[in-house]
Design a binder for this molecule. Structure first.
Ligand code: ARG
Length: 292
């Protein structure tokens, strides 16, 4: 019998996502190197691309809740930046730039209303600047946390105190990778599986990543510049943008099922798949036990 490479069985774990339609998406200011207000945005196309992502999540069995879009908040489509929910505990965002500051209240209102439905265990008002899942990657054993451009190191400690999780700080050094989630993607949170682009990190952060994740998938510059790492993994599927062929092939070789979505319009704002996706991680349920 011909020998086949051993790939592990990959299983979907159902997720709960919060997303915001790009109804008012636009590039009217530049707060990251990808944004250029002179380049027009095709909002219908952005909406079609975003809808494909929602449909792909739902086909895979994930739940998608919607945040109401707000005129004048063109970046609200990047819902990952609004809050971080770990075990039902929610740390709201405090944005680094004045252009996005008003988004925090929109997220707060949603979580205040919906927390009870997702098993929320309270909202924490942030003290230090944090752009939520843009810079926090929640794994099974630790939370990886970016700093250098948006989220401050002090916010890493806030998340650690709130969740009781170890939070590992990683310094980002290239302004094109201004959030952790454009430099590192979580393939399988429970199994601590990640992919990343070393060039986005300081030498010290690269050493930490190499030591903690010796079997990580390393993306090359082409993958990374195509926002390939701005992905969402559910343990089996990896929802990712088109245009990162090496990464896609490397994931396939590891037994993942890449689901590629064209996000070319959203990329004009400096974001892709993960940026559009906030994950609601409820209180872990103990089999056989009643909830607290
Ligand atoms: N225009 C937005 C900003 O610069 C894009 C945010 C992308 N979101 C993300 N999670 N990386 O803030």
């Amino acid at each position: 019998m011909p020998s086949r490479p051993q790939t592990p069985q990959r299983r979907v774990s159902p997720r709960h996502f919060l997303m915001c339609p790009p109804t008012f998406f636009d590039v009217t200011y530049a707060i990251n190197p990808w944004m250029d207000p002179r380049v027009p945005v095709d909002r219908d196309r952005a909406h079609a691309q975003w809808s494909h992502l929602v449909a792909a999540y739902e086909r895979a069995g994930h739940r998608v809740d919607l945040l109401e879009p707000v005129p004048g908040l063109p970046d609200l489509v990047f819902a990952a930046n609004g809050a971080t929910v770990v075990d039902g505990r929610t740390l709201l965002a405090r944005f680094a730039t004045p252009q996005r500051a008003a988004e925090a209240a929109v997220h707060r209102a949603w979580h205040e209303r919906s927390g009870v439905l997702y098993g929320g265990r309270g909202l924490a008002e942030p003290v230090a600047v944090n752009e939520a899942e843009g810079d926090f990657a929640v794994l099974g054993s630790v939370v990886l946390a970016g700093h250098g451009f948006r989220t401050s190191v002090a916010a890493h400690a806030e998340l650690a105190a709130l969740t009781g999780r170890e939070v590992v700080s990683l310094e980002l050094v290239d302004p094109r990778f201004y959030h952790l989630d454009v430099a590192l993607g979580v393939l399988d949170a429970a199994a601590d599986q990640v992919a990343y682009f070393p060039g986005a990190f300081s030498a010290a952060a690269q050493a930490v990543l190499a030591e903690r994740f010796p079997d990580a998938v390393l993306a090359d510059a082409e993958d990374a510049f195509a926002f390939g790492l701005n992905l969402v993994g559910d343990g089996r599927h990896v929802f990712m943008p088109t245009g990162a062929p090496h990464l896609r092939d490397a994931l396939e070789a590891r037994g993942y099922v890449p689901v590629e979505i064209d996000t070319s319009e959203l990329v004009l704002g400096g974001g892709s798949v993960k940026c559009c996706t906030q994950e609601i991680r409820p209180t872990p349920s103990t089999p056989g036990a009643t909830s607290e």
